[in-house]
Design a protein around this ligand. Sequence first.
Ligand SMILES: [Ca+2]
Length: 520
Amino acid sequence: MGKGAAEAAVTGTSFGWTPRKGFARVRRMMSQFPRARRTASQALLLCLAASSVVLPLRAQPGSAPSPAPRNPSILFILADDLGYGDLGCYGQTKIKTPNLDKLAAEGMRFTSFYAGSTVCAPSRCALMTGSHTGHGFIRGNAAAALRPQDLTVAEVLKQAGYHTALVGKWGLGNPNTTGVPQKKGFDEFIGYLDQTHAHDYYTDYLWRYDPPSPAKQGYDDRMEFPENRDGKKVVYLHDVFTRAAVNFMRINKPDPFNNYRPFFLYLAYTIPHANNEEGRRTGNGMQTPSDIPYSDQPWPQTEKNKAAMITHLDASVGVLMDQLKQLKIDDHTLVLFTSDNGPHQEGGADPKFFQSSGPLRGIKRDLYEGGIRVPLIVRWPSQIRPGTVNDQPWAFWDFLPTAAELAQVKPLPKCDGISLLPTLLGQPQTNRHDFLYWEFHERGFQQAVRMGDWKAVRPQAGEPLELYNLKTDLSEKENVADKNPEVVAKMEAFFKTARTESDLWPIKPAGAKQPGKKKG
Ligand SMILES: [Ca+2]
C-alpha cells in the first residue's frame, strides 16, 4: 500500500487521534440520509441516546422499547511483568497506584489468580486460546505463530457479534504468518507483533491493521512514528496505546448506529517490562519519559524509573476509566486488569527493592508463586459487588470460557479453562479446577501444579517433586514432600496426564539448549 493511501486510511479509523473525527463520522453517516428523514432520524437518535443513558438493561413499564438485551463490552488490560506485590491494593507501600486501588475497591480482587506462564508468549497463548502450557501450541518465547486451528477468545467473541481490537503487544505471530491478530479474530490492531520490538518504548514504527469497508480503504502495514527516528525519544508508545484505546472505545461505544454492538478491547500494555537492549547498553533499561513523582526519592535511578512506570500505567488506567464514565458505558463494561507473569530482574531493576513479588517466592522465569501468581482486578458495577475479594485459584486459561459465557456462546468452546462468570455474578460456582498446570522450557524442563492448597514444583525433568502447603507456607519455604507421600503420588499421577507431547516443545534434560531465551 502506498504511503499516501495509508495515511488517508489511518485518519478514518477507530484509532483516529481526535474526538472531532468521531463526530465527523456521525455527521458523514447522517449526511447520507435524505434531508426529510434526517430530521426525524436525528430526533430518534436523541431519544435513543437518552434512553441508553437513563434506562437500565431491561425495559421499564410504559417506556419506549429499549434496545435488545445486550452483552457487556469487555476491556481487558494486561500489564507486562507486573508483580503480585506491585500494586497498593496487593500490599505495595512505596509505588502509588491509586486508580488500580480504586478499581479493586469498586470491583472484585483475586488473590490466587495465575498467569499462563512465567514469561510472555506462552502466557499470552494461554490467555488467548484457553489452553495451559501442557496443551498450548506456544509453550515458550520462540518465534512461533498461532495456527488457523488455534481458536482464540477474539474469534469466539467476534463470532458472537463483538467488535474486537488489540492495542499493544501481541507476540503470537510475526508479519506474514498465520498468527497475526487480524487472522486470529481481531477486527483492528495497532501495536507490536514481535516481542523484542515491544521492548522499545520509543520505536519509530508499529504494526497496524484496519479492515477495508465500503467507506474507506483498509490498512495493513507499518505505521511510522518519524518523531522517534534516529534514536530520538519523543513519542512514548505506551501513551499512543492509551490514546488508541480511548478513541476505539469512543468510536465503538455500543449505540443505535451499531445496533448496540458490544466491543472487546484487548489492551496489552508493555510496561513495566524492561527495555533489555537499552539495559545492556546503559545499565538502565527501565524506560520512562519521567521519574516523576519519585525524582527526589533516595532510590537507585532504575528503581525510580520502575516505580514511575507503574504509576504511569496506573494513571493510564485512570484515563480509560474516565473515558468509560464519560461515555456512560462503565456500568455495562467488564473491565479486567492483570499481568502476564511475575516481576523481572532485567534492565537494572531489582525485584526485591519494592518486594515486587509481595510475600511470594521467585520472580519471572520461576514456577514458584512469584513467577506466576499475578494481580487480577475485575470491575463490572452493574453485576459485581464492590470490594469483593476472591481467593479461589483461577488462571489465564479461564478467560476464554468466561468471555464466551458472557457472550452467551453455547456450547462453550472446549479448552482447559472454566467459566468463572458465576463467581463474578456472586452465584454458586459449582465447577472448579482440580489442578492448575504449568511447564517451562527455558531452563531444561520444569513443571508445576497447584491442587487445592498444595503446590508441587518439579525443578528438572526426572527429579523428585517439591511440595509446599500454600495455606501455611505461602512463601514456599519448606518442602514437605517427604511428609505427604499420598499427595505427592496424586500429583505425580497428574503430572503424567497433564500434558500432550509437542514437537516444538519436547521434554529435554536439564542444561539442554532451549529456544526463546531472554525474549519477552
Ligand atoms: Ca511478560
